[in-house]
Design a protein around this ligand. Structure first.
Ligand SMILES: *Cc1c(COP(=O)(O)O)cnc(C)c1O
Length: 367
């Protein structure tokens, strides 16, 4: 049996007829950018998440970079972020010429809330919270620090659509929640897409002006904006997907619970979920000292796996100018060497999961 780490065709096939109907409806409408589908999607997504406003955008990275921009975070400002995130989180900060200040992760792969305060300086303006791999961060502590030091809070929810902390959706705690709808995300479109949610009417307004060249009225440009519009087809397809998000996340949860119950190998450490948080299992991330051997063994048995992420942002070529070196973030770097995402996708069959579990349990070190 051949198992891919993710199989996007499966999630399409689950609701194929609904997606196809919607795509044809939009194609026949003759209106393709910023129309009724986007408007309806924004209303439905805001409501679903429990936020007042949503603005559809072209990507998750745009959501992050525009969020910092409308919060007036730029040159000479510092933004706190966990070291072990996807590099796009960091780019959202640095596209605004602000400086990322990295904090080590905890055992849940989220930012270690006990290590934030020591990194706060007079230049700190915001905390970027990343609900990595789908698990909600401890938001009580984040909001407490933000209030104490007068910091903005931006949430990177690219992997956490509908993950909750104390029963409240991620993305609705801070000033702005940023979402990606890249196809492989829990709520993926069929192309690129992104959005922000916020309860602040002014911030929502500013972002909706910026996404369209800085104009509210055509050819009247107030500021230098960008082109970051969610298109009608993606918005329409996302409206369909939103009606199934609960069951899609439920399915990932069931698959993950089964992995947690049945993977039993002393060489493999399983992911943990914090009390008060839920995970929507964007990835099922195991940890092992013997990653290269395990990847090879899985490959021999036609099971693919992926590392999220092998090079932490502070060691990537793009961020050499920050002057950080190997050894500066030892926990982050250790995770980069040990984490492995195993196959998990909507539409994964029992037999496929049996097969993956069997080989994970069979893995042993060669004598
Ligand atoms: C995917 C992702 C992004 C970027 O989203 P795009 O839509 O691909 O630009 C940002 N942050 C995290 C944590 C992500 O996983």
């Amino acid at each position: 049996m051949k198992i891919m780490v993710n199989d996007l065709e499966r999630q399409f096939l689950k609701y194929k007829d609904e997606y196809e109907r919607k795509a044809i409806e939009v194609l026949r409408s003759g209106w393709y950018v910023l129309g009724n589908e986007v408007k309806s999607f924004e209303e439905e997504f805001a409501k679903y998440m429990g936020s007042k406003y949503c603005v559809g955008l072209a990507s998750g990275l745009d959501a992050l970079s525009l969020a910092f921009r409308v919060l007036n975070i730029g040159k000479d400002d510092e933004v706190i972020v966990q070291g072990n995130t996807y590099i796009a989180s960091v780019m959202g900060i640095t596209l605004n010429n602000a400086t990322p200040v990295f904090v080590e992760p905890d055992k849940y792969h989220n930012i270690d809330i006990d290590k934030i305060e020591e990194k706060i300086t007079d230049n700190t303006k915001a905390i970027l919270v990343v609900h990595l791999y789908g698990q909600a961060t401890n938001m009580d502590k984040i909001m407490e620090l933000a209030a104490k030091y007068n910091l903005k809070v931006v949430e990177d929810c690219a992997q956490s659509h509908e993950a909750k902390y104390k029963n409240i959706n991620t993305g609705t705690f801070g000033d702005i929640g940023c979402f990606s709808f890249y196809p492989s995300k829990n709520m993926g479109a069929f192309g690129d897409g992104g959005a922000i949610v916020t309860n602040d009417a002014l911030l929502a307004k500013e972002i909706s002006v910026l996404r369209n060249y800085g104009s509210e009225k055509r050819y009247h440009n107030k500021v230098i904006g960008v082109n970051s519009r969610l298109d009608e087809i993606q918005a329409g397809l996302l409206r369909v997907k939103l009606t199934h998000l609960k069951e899609l996340n439920e399915e990932r949860k069931n698959l993950s619970e089964r992995y947690s119950k049945e993977i039993d190998n002393e060489l493999i450490e399983l992911p943990k979920v914090r009390k008060d948080s839920t995970s929507v299992w964007h990835q099922f991330v195991i940890t092992t000292e013997y990653r290269e051997e395990l990847i090879e063994f899985l490959e021999e048995n036609q099971i693919s796996s992926l590392v999220h992420y092998p090079i932490p942002p502070h060691l990537s070529e793009a961020y050499q100018y920050l002057g950080l070196e190997k050894g500066d973030l030892p926990i982050t770097e250790a995770y980069a060497d040990k984490v492995l995402s195993i196959p998990l996708y909507n539409g994964m069959t029992n037999q496929e999961q049996d097969y993956v579990i069997k080989y994970l349990n069979k893995f042993e070190l060669k004598k």
